[in-house]
Design a protein around this ligand. Structure first.
Ligand code: ATP
Length: 274
């Protein structure tokens, strides 16, 4: 086996998010179409005599380097002694699954390093783990344990975060109705345009409660809606990252450039979603 092992941890984007119920144990039932971006974090694993974690990269500030980090917990639960380097490119607490995607990347890397399956249910580390283990477009439901791969034509996006952290639990608390209807059946999309049209009619139930906590999200969605060529704008997860979708990579690239010009302090990327 060649070491170190490098694994990409893509941003997880909730293209739709319906909150369909609340279980008696406090977990929310969700129905969400998820896509993965070609922007993300990078995880590097090296065999070592004990478990360690170092966080580097442009978004490292404030990210814990101990058992509070999901990467650490993933390696510990695997029973691995590895030196982990986490290169953070995604903002934390941003609704794009940073911690879950990183932990899934650690588990994929350890599977490869030890040539062994994950010896526990990834769901134990969080509701987004199963879909992040798949790391390709999927419909997730239940409390996150049901994951069905979805055929989604590649879409182009601008991702933007106004650099405010939104705690997921506060957003769920601020959501008035927890029993919203599930998503319509996923059609077989014949083109990117076809899927964009369908997505326009969907929603993220957490958008309004997140805006009530962080009004800057409304401003961000407004600015995304002004970008030329965008088909729809929406928030991902519990925010504050929002996205605009485009048919072509060129439109997304120009959109990101225009948004950056007006908001130099925001985190803004253009990407392909698959
Ligand atoms: P989502 O709602 O899309 O699942 P999230 O918004 O909960 O993602 P995370 O980036 O997972 O966002 O961060 C949530 C909290 O978890 C952060 O405040 C951070 O302290 C902690 N955390 C644990 N592990 C990580 C990690 N690998 N990267 C970033 N934050 C992490």
């Amino acid at each position: 086996m060649k070491t170190p092992i490098e694994v990409f941890a893509p941003a997880k984007i909730n293209l739709t998010l319906h909150v369909t119920g609340l279980r008696s144990d406090g977990y929310h039932l969700l129905d969400s179409l998820v896509g993965f971006a070609d922007v993300g974090d990078r995880v590097i694993l090296e065999p070592a005599s004990k478990l360690s974690l170092r966080v580097t990269g442009p978004m490292a500030e404030g990210v814990p380097e101990d058992a509070r980090n999901l990467c650490w917990r993933a390696a510990q639960a695997f029973g691995a002694t590895v030196a982990i380097t986490l290169e953070k490119h995604l903002p934390a607490a941003a609704g794009i699954g940073g911690g879950s995607s990183d932990a899934a990347a650690v588990l994929r890397g350890l599977q490869q390093m030890y040539d062994a399956p994950v010896p526990f249910d990834p769901m134990d580390l969080g509701a987004d783990l199963p879909v992040c283990m798949l790391a390709r477009a999927a419909r997730m439901s239940g409390v996150g344990e049901q994951v069905a791969p979805a055929d989604l034509p590649p879409l182009h996006a601008v991702l933007a975060n106004p650099r405010v952290a939104v705690p997921t639990s506060a957003v769920f608390k601020a959501l008035p109705g927890k029993n919203n209807p599930p998503m319509a059946a996923l059609p077989a999309f014949s083109s990117a345009r076809d899927s964009l049209r369908w997505l326009q009619d969907q929603r993220n139930d957490l958008e309004a409660p997140a805006i009530s906590l962080q009004p800057v999200i409304e401003e961000l969605l407004k600015q995304l809606s002004f970008l030329e060529g965008q088909w729809l704008t929406r928030m991902s997860g519990s925010g504050a990252t929002c996205f605009a979708l485009f048919e072509t990579a060129g439109q997304a690239e120009l959109g990101a450039r225009d948004l950056r010009a007006n908001n130099p302090d925001w985190w803004i990327e253009h990407c392909e979603l698959t």
